[in-house]
Design a binder for this molecule. Structure first.
Ligand code: HMG
Ligand code: MG
Length: 306
């Protein structure tokens, strides 16, 4: 089977990875993580989110983090903006500190939409529309994250038709690319394939990415199933950090280290230096006082010890 020759990864660790972290993590540490990720060759980094600090306290230092990062040419920095207030906050900084891309985030499940962003799917699209238009007017790219595309913690299994419906709504309001997210990591290859296909009916393959949480250890096979459809954009977190505050029990994104190890072994180009990536994962894990949640990281570090 012909697979994509290269893959582009968005490391979402600084945002998805840390948003649910209960212990304080300083802006300095977050900035240090972003720097290490870009030095490891990541060309897309999801840095933070401009959401309510009452809902997600860990992201309250969003402006400080955006101010502190040293921009590297060729790297795309993205942030989450759920509404106009979020976009305005992201653009309150000098232009040099603006994100290159904003992310609006909706769900294929009504219940999750309510829990996560306090509105229905239809209302969320109404809220996103002016955000998307305003961002694009300023030359900022727009991505749409679609949560619960295979399963929802409140509604159970989600039919692919609902994913297709959300993708179409995102497309209609001018979202340029979308993430097919398995928020709680329940997906298995056939189900993920169906969610991908429902999305691919509305977005070309270059504009669709896989965002897999690894709760049930299925993220790598789901990545492979997506590659087989020609999808070549993926999101993952260094050291497998994270989880969504509104999806109880869901663990972090698949570890970027594990994805890169698999892709390298398959001869698929990522542009990422695995050793430096592992060091980035160790850096943030040490700051959090735990081991990186990546099998590839552990194996390679064991080997380093001889
Ligand atoms: P709301 O309460 O419906 O909003 O929250 P509101 O407009 O009624 O405002 C209420 C208060 O929030 C007001 O403050 C606003 O000023 C403030 P008050 O008057 O009470 O002091 N507010 C804001 N403050 C800062 N930034 C903003 C903002 N908007 C309102 N942008 C809202 C709606 C969306 C804001 C809220 O529900 C929220 O912040 N939710 C957080 C959602 C979130 O961050 N979830 C995690 C990220 S999504 C995710 O992890 C999934 C993903 O990884 C894909 C996957 O895996 O599925 C992307
Ligand atoms: Mg996520």
């Amino acid at each position: 089977m012909k697979l994509p020759p290269r893959v582009r990864i968005v490391d979402v660790g600084p945002r998805d990875g840390l948003q649910n972290e209960k212990q304080p993590v300083s802006a300095e540490i977050k900035i240090g993580l972003v720097h290490r990720l870009q030095d490891a060759g990541l060309t897309e980094i999801e840095v933070t989110s401009f959401v309510s600090p009452k809902w997600v306290p860990q992201m309250a230092d969003n402006a400080e983090v955006m101010h502190g990062i040293r921009r590297k040419a060729g790297v795309r920095y993205s942030v989450l903006t759920p509404n106009m207030k979020g976009l305005e906050a992201a653009l309150a900084a000098p232009r040099a500190e603006w994100p290159d891309e904003i992310v609006v985030f909706g769900a294929a499940s009504e219940a999750f939409s309510q829990k996560n962003i306090n509105c229905s799917i239809a209302e969320s699209i109404e809220r996103f529309a002016p955000v998307v238009a305003a961002a694009r007017e300023q030359g900022i790219a727009v991505r749409g994250a679609m949560s619960c595309t295979v399963g929802c913690p409140y509604e159970g299994e989600i039919a692919p038709e609902r994913v297709g419906m959300l993708a179409r709504l995102m497309k209609d309001i001018g979202v340029q690319r979308v993430d097919v997210a398995d928020t709680i990591g329940v997906g298995t290859p056939r189900k993920v394939r169906a969610a991908m296909e429902a999305t691919l009916a509305h977005f070309e393959v270059d504009r669709v990415s896989g965002h897999f949480h690894d709760t049930y250890g299925q993220a790598l096979v789901n990545t492979l199933a997506s590659l087989e459809l020609g999808v070549w954009n993926f999101q993952s977190s260094s050291a497998g950090l994270g989880g969504c505050p509104y999806a109880k029990g869901a663990t972090g994104n698949v570890a970027t280290e594990d994805v890169v190890y698999m892709l390298q072994g398959m001869g698929i180009e990522t542009g990422i230096d695995l050793d430096r990536l592992i060091d980035a994962g160790v850096y943030i894990s040490e700051a959090l006082g735990r081991e990186p949640n990546s099998r590839a990281s552990k194996a390679i570090r064991n080997k380093r010890l001889g």
